[in-house]
Design a protein around this ligand. Sequence first.
Ligand SMILES: NC(=O)C[C@H](N)C(=O)O
Length: 367
Amino acid sequence: APFAGQRTVVDFLEKRDTAAQPEFNITYSSPVNESLPRTLIMATGGTIAGAAASATDSTNYRAGSIGVEALVDAVPVLLNISNIDGMQVSNVGSGSITDDIVIELSKLTNLALCSENAPYDAVVITHGTDTLEETAFTIDATLTCNKTAVVVGAMRPATAISADGPYNLIEAVQTAISPSSQGRGVLITLNDRICQAYYCQKTHANYLDTFKAPEQGFVGGLLSTAPFYYYPPSQPTFKRVYDISAVTAFPRVDILYSHQEAVFDGVNVSVANGAKGFIGAGTGAGGLSPWSSDNLGYLVEQGIPIVSSTKINNGASIPGASGTGYIRSALLNPVKSRRLLQILLALDKSNDEIREAFEEPMRSFLY
Ligand SMILES: NC(=O)C[C@H](N)C(=O)O
């Protein structure tokens, strides 16, 4: 039964045979307990692995200071609920997460969960919160089976009084291994709430209750670390899944933040430096300023896809509403639109296919 006593740190030293899984660079392995599920924790850094000089400091700290072993060591009770393998994929603040890291996380998650003889039942990724929704969205859009990956972070560094990381980590593992989580896509758990990666976003720069899907809501919650769901499993209506197992890099896509008199002549530098598409963080329902059309119109004519989303981060840039040639993002906010456009470009989709991928799921409801 969960929490029926804790193993000691000495147990941690008894390593599992990981030679059978060369793709996974496991640096931490709990003793094998055949009766428990197998969870792979991939640590990338962030505040959950952050350290400050003082126990009350939650603003001035170094993200990505402690390793995956220390993260698990902080919650030895984890070993009562799952076998745990730990892998350090990176140890950085999430503003420094690269396309390469995200692609690696997607591939490893698929290998861990969806391959033949998949070695794991569940995946948990620890991540800085600032760009967590970008990584979670990308894995959600590329995970090819129904098993569960959870992305988790923290708002207080590991050194803080009432650090939220250890509790968030138990809740993430509990959520990832729960059969009731399957078939819901990639999940984000923080602060006792469960949210689907497709809709979930960071909504506050500082406070603990930051991850929300303000319009679509939470799909579940956690009580005493046990996950429960409000509804049976379902997937976001507009979500599609892409196989990126053959993709080795994402093309550059930049985001343009619109406002009064926004001109965007910097796009020329972006294109010269290799940008293959743009996302508009538009005003309201996806509007890009009229002053922008000189600079963006000719890019559209050259076949460079421009997807208009909304800087409001909620609501739709509505398919079919545009006479400008811009593709509409439907419900995807700018950073998620950026990841989807990168995936589609990496898969060599045509502009018609890109428009269809963004617009058609919602258009089919509207017209
Ligand atoms: N709460 C956090 O994790 C914020 C941190 N700056 C990061 O994203 O890495």
